[in-house]
Write a protein that binds this ligand. Structure first.
Ligand code: DP6
Length: 342
């Protein structure tokens, strides 16, 4: 019998970064990472499962056949198959779309694999939809598509990777942060300033692999583990200035690891640095709670408390828009559950 399901899953932005994988295993992170989900930047995916003795796939993007995406998704299903008889015994039709424009350099894989993983966990029917086990199973599946995607299935800050200070943390799936977030860090927003909308010169997967022979890799992994412990403290005690310093340092460490890889590469652009300078000046002048972070690209994520939205919008329009490709920036609230749509 055919089964159909549809999910919406948000994208996420890491505060402490996953950059580097352990050897052996699929997408096993070299250090723990933590992210905020971006509820207004999401993927919506419909999945139809038909019983079959071979896992086959038909892939559409927003209703249009996209055979070029099929090998990647089929690979993903084949990675899940050893853990799921359901996947082994079905063929799938997938139709997906992102609500943010294509070619903006915003990673669509986290939301995309997150939504697919939720569909599979639901169709499989092993755990009750919405239960902790259900989300953990979806997170486990999402990881097999793209590491960072495993953090997208939670509305709470999500931690992925074993860490001594996070109970039940695992390299195999993300877990939601169970602590009490301080009021001052509860209602933040993220505006992604689109500095470059072109193809990345080096994919994240290729970037991760350059950590293998990286001269500073071990020091970076240690630092990230330490930063996880610290950021969890700051999120609970509301130490906003240390939170900001840690988040910005993480972004710069990520890019300095790229610049010191062998071979080296850069993903930030002159506009990226110009925006960082503007943010530092603005913060010095106003003392407002605003920070940046970066993912594996040139775009700048501007993080700020929603209480200062008006000042930040004004700041973007007067100082930052000039560095944005076609004046484009996309804003999202932090948090928000993945949604089952049908
Ligand atoms: C810089 O999850 O895209 O965004 O596991 O190879 O698919 P794969 O890589 P990916 O790497 C994301 C790296 C990052 C940091 C982060 O999200 O933690």
């Amino acid at each position: 019998m055919q089964k159909v399901v549809k999910y919406r899953c948000p994208s996420n932005i890491a505060l402490v970064k996953y950059w580097g994988k352990k050897e052996g295993g699929i997408q096993i992170p070299a250090n723990a990472s933590i992210s905020w989900s971006l509820s207004d930047l999401f993927a919506e995916t419909t999945m139809i499962a038909t019983p079959s003795n071979q896992t086959q796939l038909e892939f559409k993007y927003d209703g249009n056949a996209k055979p070029s995406f099929e090998p990647k998704i089929l690979d993903f299903l084949n990675r899940i198959a050893p853990f799921s008889d359901f996947v082994k015994q079905h063929s799938f039709e997938v139709d997906t779309m992102n609500n943010f424009p294509h070619g903006t350099g915003i990673a669509s894989s986290a939301a995309g694999f997150g939504a697919l993983a939720l569909c599979i966990a639901d169709l499989e029917g092993k755990f009750e939809v919405g239960s902790d086990e259900f989300y953990q199973r979806a997170s486990f599946f999402a990881r097999l598509g793209s590491g960072s995607a495993c953090r997208s299935v939670y509305s709470e800050p999500a931690i992925w990777g074993e860490h001594s200070e996070v109970e039940n943390s695992s390299d195999l799936f993300a877990v939601p942060f169970e602590g009490q977030i301080h009021e001052s860090l509860k209602n933040w927003k993220d505006c992604v300033l689109i500095v470059d909308d072109g193809e990345k010169k080096v994919s994240s997967t290729a970037g991760h692999s350059l950590l293998k022979n990286h001269p500073y890799a071990e020091a970076r992994f240690k630092q990230a583990q330490k930063n996880i412990g610290n950021i969890l403290q700051f999120m609970q005690n509301g130490n906003v200035s240390d939170f900001i310093a840690l988040v910005e340092s993480e972004a710069l460490q990520l890019h300095s690891m790229m610049m010191s890889s062998i071979p080296y590469f850069t993903l930030i652009r002159p506009g990226t640095l110009a925006i960082l300078e503007e943010i530092w000046t603005f913060r010095e002048e106003t003392n407002l709670p605003i920070a940046f972070t970066l993912d594996a690209g040139a775009n700048v994520h501007l993080l700020y408390s929603s209480e200062i939205e008006e000042q930040v919008t004004n700041f973007i329009h007067t100082k930052l828009l000039v560095y944005c490709k076609k004046g484009l920036y996309l804003c999202s609230s932090i948090g928000g559950n993945p949604l089952k749509l049908s």
